[in-house]
Design a protein around this ligand. Sequence first.
Ligand code: A2P
Length: 329
Amino acid sequence: MGVNVAIVGATGMVGNTFIKVLEDRNFPVDKLYLFASSKSAGKKLKFRENEYTVEELNENSFDRDIQIALFSAGGSTSKKYAPIAASKGITVIDNSSAWRMDENIPLIVPEVNPQDISWNKGIIANPNCSTIQMVVPLKPLHDKYKIKRIVVSTYQAVSGAGKKGVDDLERSLKGEPNQVFPYPIANNCLPHIDVFLPDGYTKEEMKMVNETKKIMNDDSIKVSPTAVRVPVEISHSESVNLEFEKPYEMEELKDLLKNAPGVILRDDPDNNIYPLATIAKGHDEVYVGRIRRDETVYSGLNMWIVADNVRKGAASNAVQIAELLIKNI
Ligand code: A2P
């Protein structure tokens, strides 16, 4: 038996990808409802062999037989409508940052903390894209060697800013002025994602600090982040430096990664094999490579982590959470 699914923000970058990932992963959808703003009402979108009409989201949208609602329509829409949906017995999986740090709401990466689904009260938060792809390969290493500190620099694709971000890269490549990013994104790297906070970090960077602790269920992990926007359409890359409490053997560590759920090891420098944005694009796995010991500290490691930010960083992670939910229905 299938479930009835609603997508809120169906016309957006992630919303569109929800539809694709539901298809690709063969999610058992019975009925599908698509919602967006008034601007998109009446638009038709295809799912499997059928066309569906986008409806304007309103307070009565959830008065239907819906079991799961996937939200990606921005924080204010989630703040307003996720509790309405939850009050009607629908489980919301929300891709915005609105609920992530609420202590009554689980923040889930299925490969890392699937058990946290058990205490959801109708809303489950999907983490930030950069955090998701980092914690997937770090989880087995943390379990075995205990991570003390993470120093991470991100190289984030413009699709992280939605369709507007992709349009801005296209404009910038043609020499036209940017509308979303504060400086030209063509031929540039912008060390600025989301707003600056009083301490000089950006909100995006602090998401990586706080969400990592919550997902790994360990407040002792220190995270020192720098988030950078780069002129890549899809897939975020990350340079990650780790400091472990316990010593490790390189072969054993690589075996842990090789066998980790959702991880693909691409680590053969002699043959120029390492993760790339273009390789991760379109996939749900997290790619890991350039694995090497950091000789400057006791038990240190450097690695390069790449994943499709729209899929594993958003839509696929949310659909994987929905897969966990239906296992428990
Ligand atoms: P619309 O296309 O009608 O504006 P992206 O992150 O790619 O920019 O997409 C954002 C998504 O959120 C779009 O589907 C957009 O719909 C939707 N959205 C934005 N604001 C609202 C709102 N107030 N109510 C419902 N959907 C919204």
